[in-house]
Design a protein around this ligand. Structure first.
Ligand code: IVH
Length: 669
């Protein structure tokens, strides 16, 4: 193949792959291979700059700024739609169409009303030449450079039977996923968030620098047509237009139908109403269009809206109300979330009286005061949230939010670690809001290992107020347990035995079981080794903690916060009073294994991977989750998969359980 033929092939192939990925949502090739083609295309373009055409995938992000302030005249104006808010208005629309056309029943094309921005894309001989916003309907702004960055929009149409000149009309919008990711980035950088996907899409399109737009993922659906030359090439009906668009590689929404009469319209409306919460993007209604182009022309326009189409809206997902107060809620992990108490307001068909404010920083960033008039949003199953405050309406007496210093549930102090957005209640062992979580963590296998103390039992013990803190577990009697649901006498006995057995445990497991933030199993082991008793740990100062292997300022602060909380100290003392025997494990360090890294994979014949891990770590070896050139040994059992393959590729020695035991035993001798 000549270079130029290869170049043409690469352009088509990359366009085909983009179409599969961004329009059909059905990728053909893994990213790596796509990238290879792309790099090859760039290399050819570098040696032949004169070959580069507008439809090359390399031209999606140009170095040039948008001509945002350049006016683009719409040859065919971009109109707006009349709204129907109630079924009655949809019925009236259908009646007017029937009377106007003197027909007993009409075929309609029904589709979604996307909540984004209208855009007109000009294709000349199948090549995207210009893109413009709606503006005032007669002329808009040139946003070509930004629109070119949207990968779902083809730079070149597929096939050949398209009009020479064609304005494709449609909506640019942002999906929930891309919106959330964008806002999360803004939160991470302490920047202002966008109130909703529509604003985010609008903000992204109005960027002067297309490189910024290219980093925001925008989506597009085509739903109409402006100028078409030659006009005879315009499809005869709206549904045929959308089908043709799809053939040419333009994104068209799958949720569309041709329906008969008002009954068809209403049932489409209801069906989409059910679907709305599951869609990955916002819609604010459905749109009905008389399907036949000829009938559309017969009906014509009134002022600036067509008579042949109407938008049947859904209840709004945003509403205005006032903030009566801001409370804080305590989550299962102690996270403190400010919640706005609102004057009741109907949003998305549901009465909302509370809305989350996420965290303290968000309250500041959004600048929300008590007494403010705010925009509340409720989309899908998402928890209602306060989007923004209307500053012009702020009463003089509006008070700003003050984060409490004590947990509203248990009175323990609230702390916020540096670099974390979330404030937390520090009374982890004591706080009723965190009880269930704390007990489950305490009882888990890698902590105190109380077999049989699972979620169902913990729920009942806490709900019936039989157990409040882990210390109460050691006061449980057979009667209390046997009376629980799903609990026979036998299992109650077993559970009691398990609780009894957990009394003698290692100090490391006990420290881990306390559920101190940032203190995982391995830190707990280091702490146990260093301090040797729980009393010594409880007396530790920050500088002592910092001496411990792998304990940095974050872990040290978290430990201090936990241990300073008198409620937690009481629970620890009660636990000790219950007669726990906490041993410090004797080190079984095997010098031959120190500094060696093992990876465990597959099912070992006699021991679990967790057991093998403990043995190895006690001997001084490290256990890693993935194989690399630095891995010393891979221990493979039955049905070992990709890790074994990787080891073989890298030439890492692979051993079985018997060989592992030999290695371990060589240590104790
Ligand atoms: S057709 C002549 N179809 O709604 C009719 N518009 O008020 C032109 N929109 O500015 C519009 N989804 O931004 C049409 N399926 C759809 C739509 C849709 C959303 C927006 C569009 C337009 C506004 C009309």
């Amino acid at each position: 193949m000549t270079d130029s033929a290869r170049y043409a092939w690469l352009k088509d192939e990359l366009a085909r792959l983009d179409h599969a990925y961004y329009v059909l949502d059905d990728p053909i090739l893994p990213d790596i291979e796509y990238d290879q083609f792309y790099r090859e295309l760039i290399a050819i373009e570098q040696s032949h700059p004169d070959w580069v055409t507008l439809d090359s995938p390399s031209q999606r992000v140009s170095g040039q700024a948008n001509n945002l302030f350049t006016e683009v005249k719409h040859v065919v104006p971009m109109l707006s739609l009349n709204n129907a808010l109630e079924n009655d208005e949809a019925i009236a629309f259908d009646r007017r169409c029937r009377e106007g056309l003197e027909l007993p029943e009409i075929n309609y094309a029904a589709e979604l009303k996307f909540d984004g921005l209208a855009i007109s894309l000009r294709y000349e001989n199948g090549i995207l030449m210009q893109a413009a916003t709606r503006g005032d309907g007669f002329s808009g702004e040139d946003v070509t450079a930004n629109i070119r960055t949207i990968k779902a929009i083809p730079l070149k149409l597929k096939g050949s039977h398209f009009p020479e000149v064609m304005d494709v009309r449609g909506e640019v919008f942002m999906s929930h996923k891309d919106f959330n990711a964008l806002n999360q980035q803004a939160i991470d950088k302490s920047e202002k968030t966008f109130a909703n996907p529509r604003n985010a899409a609008a903000g992204s399109l109005r960027q002067l620098d297309p490189k910024v737009t290219a980093q925001r993922t925008l989506s597009f659906y085509a739903y109409g047509i402006g100028q078409c030359e030659p006009p005879q090439q315009m499809p005869q009906s709206h549904s045929q237009l959308l089908d043709a668009y799809q053939q040419w590689g333009l994104p068209v929404c799958e949720h569309r139908a041709v329906v008969k009469g008002i009954d068809g319209l209403i049932s489409f409306y209801e069906k989409v109403g059910q679907l709305r919460d599951q869609l990955p993007y916002d819609i604010d209604g459905v749109v009905y269009k008389v399907n036949s182009r000829e009938q559309q022309e017969d009906l014509g326009f009134v002022s600036r809206a067509p008579r042949f189409a109407v938008a049947h809206k859904f209840p709004a997902q945003e509403a205005l109300t006032t903030v009566l107060g801001i409370d804080v809620q305590v989550g299962r992990t102690g996270a403190i979330t400010p919640v706005a108490r609102l004057a009741p307001v109907v949003v998305g068909g549901v009465t909302v009286t509370n809305a989350t404010l996420h965290n303290e920083d968000e309250v500041r960033r959004k600048d929300i005061h008590i007494g403010d008039t705010v925009v509340v949003r409720r989309a899908g199953d998402v928890i209602p949230e306060v989007v923004s405050a209307i500053l012009e309406k702020r009463p003089v007496a509006a008070a700003s939010f003050i984060m409490p210093t004590e947990c509203p549930v248990c009175g323990s102090h609230i702390e916020k670690l540096e670099g974390e957005a979330i404030a937390r209640c520090s009374g982890g062992l004591f706080c009723p809001a965190q009880r269930k979580q704390a007990l489950l963590h305490f009882a888990q296998r890698r902590a105190m290992d109380i077999e049989g103390l699972g979620e169902k039992i913990v729920d009942q013990l806490v709900d019936l107020q039989i157990v409040r803190t882990p210390a109460d577990l050691y006061q449980l009697g057979l009667m209390a347990l046997a009376n629980l649901e799903r609990m026979g006498e036998k299992s109650a006995e077993n559970l009691l035995v398990a609780i009894q057995k957990s009394r003698s445990n290692t100090l490391a497991r006990f420290i881990f079981a306390l559920g101190i933030r940032h203190v995982g199993e391995s830190t707990a082991k280091d702490l146990a080794k260093y301090f040797g008793s729980i009393e010594a740990l409880m007396d530790a100062k920050e500088e002592d903690l910092l001496q411990v292997n792998d304990v940095g300022p974050v872990v040290a602060k978290s430990l201090i916060g936990f241990l300073q909380e008198s409620h937690n100290r009481e629970v620890i003392e009660q636990l000790l009073a219950a007669g726990l025997q906490l041993e410090v494990e004797q080190s079984q360090i095997n010098p031959a294994l120190v500094g060696k890294t093992f990876v465990l994979t597959g099912t070992l014949p006699t021991m679990s991977r967790d057991q093998a891990k403990v043995l190895l770590e006690n001997a001084g070896a490290k256990v890693a989750g993935s194989v690399s050139a630095k891995t010393s040994y891979v221990v493979a059992g039955e049905e070992a998969g990709s890790k074994l393959e990787k080891a073989q590729q890298l030439g890492v020695p692979v051993i079985d359980e018997a060989e592992l035991l030999k290695l371990l035993n060589s240590s104790s001798n």
